[in-house]
Design a protein. Structure first.
Length: 82
């Protein structure tokens, strides 16, 4: 089952770079820790991984690694095999 992205409305005042993380295993989780250090400039809008435990861990890490209290962590759209 493939879900299509039709667009997520973004408030005009949010001009951060939007990115997707393809693969949420060990390397992807390391990328999250780096990206969240720049949460004022970059936001992760999409997480994609066929292995749901990795997807869940990555989503949890996004709130744990938030460095900038001013930047809002968005709830990413999740993609898996289902």
């Amino acid at each position: 089952n493939i879900r299509r992205f039709e667009g997520i409305p973004v408030p005009e005042e949010d001009n951060r770079i939007r990115c997707a993380l393809l693969g949420c295993g060990m390397m992807g989780q390391e990328h999250i820790s780096y990206i969240m250090g720049y949460s004022r400039d970059i936001r992760i809008d999409f997480l994609c991984d066929p292995f749901e435990p990795s997807l869940d861990k990555a989503q949890k890490m996004m709130t744990e690694f938030q460095v900038d209290p001013v930047a809002t962590v968005v709830q990413p759209t999740l993609f898996t095999n289902e």
